[in-house]
Design a protein around this ligand. Structure first.
Ligand SMILES: *Cc1c(COP(=O)(O)O)cnc(C)c1O
Length: 231
């Protein structure tokens, strides 16, 4: 069930407390972890409720839904939109003008199109390379072996600012099952230029925030714990 507007503020506080506790438990500063509130399939009214409670970073999966909500919420000028879903190159033109961070770029061609459109819009789009660390056939993300070439391509694309890596691990009932995949993403970061080149690690959702923070997440993407179950 979708959370009523009043519950969103309480839920946000609870998620922020989870992040802060997980950070302290491993000696990290809570401020190193940005909470991206995943609002896909949730009404704009709940985004407003979260914004009113201080939340500024919101994540959407689908380009059409993202552009619609962006228009509906255009009065919230400092809201930052994150595209966390897979981007098809033919949709890049719809988001290049405004998206703050594209989390799920997994091929150079889409990156090139996004960069070209961003240049045309007079800006740069920050991007993360999505990696399929679990090697699941049905999942988006580049294979770890292909990552060095993808990173070189993205880093060399005008209009893109390469920031780091993102992953969605295979689902496991026990959230601890995600930890090896999160650690694998961090190891890929360390093997491909480290935090100097790739400062951002986007990993962790409602179910496994604590393990992601422990493994070094700088962005966690949380939907259900803030907005309730999706329709
Ligand atoms: C939906 C989604 C999330 C949020 O998942 P919750 O379990 O609701 O927190 C995070 N990341 C991606 C890529 C998603 O598609």
């Amino acid at each position: 069930m979708t959370a009523p507007e009043g519950e969103v503020a309480r839920n946000l506080d609870a998620v922020r407390a989870r992040i802060d506790a997980a950070a302290r438990a491993c000696g990290r500063a809570p401020g190193e972890v940005t909470l991206v509130a995943v609002s896909k399939l949730q009404p704009a009214a709940l985004i407003r409720a979260a914004y009113a409670h201080g939340q500024r970073d919101f994540g959407e999966n689908y380009v059409q839904e993202l552009t619609r909500k962006r228009d509906e919420l255009a009065d919230l000028a400092d809201l930052r939109w994150h595209l966390i879903g897979h981007l098809q190159s033919n949709k890049a033109k719809h988001v290049a003008g405004f998206v703050h961070l594209a989390h799920a770029i997994d091929d150079a061609r889409t990156g090139a199109e996004l960069g070209r459109r961003a240049v045309a819009a007079g800006r740069a789009v920050e991007v993360l390379a999505q990696v399929n660390v679990g090697g699941e056939a049905q999942k988006s993300g580049c294979e770890p072996d292909a990552l060095p070439a993808l990173l070189d391509a993205l880093a060399g694309t005008p209009g893109l600012a390469l920031r780091g890596l993102m992953t969605v691990p295979p689902h496991t009932e026990d959230p601890a099952g995600a930890l090896p995949y999160f650690e694998a993403l961090r190891a890929l970061r360390d093997a491909n230029g480290g935090a100097a080149r790739l400062p951002a690690l986007s990993m962790g959702m409602t179910h496994d925030i604590e393990y992601a923070v422990r493994a070094g997440a700088t962005l966690v993407r949380v939907g259900t714990a803030i907005f309730g179950a999706r329709a």
